[in-house]
Design a protein around this ligand. Structure first.
Ligand code: SAM
Length: 204
């Protein structure tokens, strides 16, 4: 069974593994964001993305299975003077609130296929009509690069996996290719990623 222990150990130091600035792709989606939107930052780690969204006026739930991560995320939000709820839970097993969010931020969360399917189904359920799902994850071409990402190939994302996992959502943007990452010590340099912005159809 997978556990958060390896992540707890990585996060145990004082440094921020992926920096304190938000993920650049997520930041580039600012024009889509509105104060008051309810956001779920999934696999939010030390909270750089959740705390940034909270700073934009969104009502954020930051979820990670690592209690060390959740504590650091809560501390980051507090240091910035923004309100943010933290949840320590397995993204594959959490009870996602039906239509509870207007945005799900899925940034560099890489799960085994079964868990990925369960978390994706939960994320889909939790999106309100018109809600957005923003995703950046490493693709198979990242293997061998030293700019981050999981070692196990089955954890990587492709356009096809996005389409399969989030079928039913409208594709606003879906790209697979090379970007430059500058995100703390763990994400540095050219990287191969999938980026997606998807929208749940508004209720008829
Ligand atoms: C590469 S880090 C990215 C953290 C954050 N999204 C960011 O971009 O800074 C992946 C995160 O996913 C979390 N994670 C991995 N498996 C998880 C699971 N099953 N449930 C919840 N969180 C998980 C890890 O604890 C870790 O914080």
């Amino acid at each position: 069974m997978s556990t958060s222990i390896a992540w707890d150990e990585r996060y145990a130091g004082g440094d921020f593994q992926f920096g304190q600035a938000p993920n650049r792709y997520l930041e580039s989606l600012t024009p889509w964001l509105r104060p008051g939107m309810r956001a779920l930052a999934l696999g939010d780690g030390e909270g750089r993305n959740g705390a940034w969204l909270a700073g934009q006026g969104l009502a954020v739930t930051s979820l990670d299975w690592s209690p060390v991560a959740s504590a650091k995320a809560a501390a980051l939000a507090a240091a910035r003077g923004v309100a943010m709820a933290t949840v320590t839970a397995d993204a594959a097993a959490w009870t996602y609130p039906e239509a509870g969010f207007d945005l799900v931020a899925w940034i560099f969360l890489h799960l085994p296929p079964e868990d990925r399917a369960a978390a994706a189904a939960g994320a889909l359920r939790s999106l309100a009509p018109g809600g957005l799902l923003a995703l950046e994850c490493f693709s198979p071409a990242q293997q061998g690069r030293r700019s981050g990402g999981p070692k196990m190939p089955e954890l990587l994302w492709t356009r096809a996996i996005v389409e399969q996992a989030f079928g039913g959502l409208e594709v606003l943007e879906l790209l697979e290719g090379t970007v430059h990452l500058d995100e703390g010590p763990r994400h540095q340099g050219h990287a191969e990623v999938v980026r997606a912005l998807l929208r749940k159809p508004a209720a008829a």
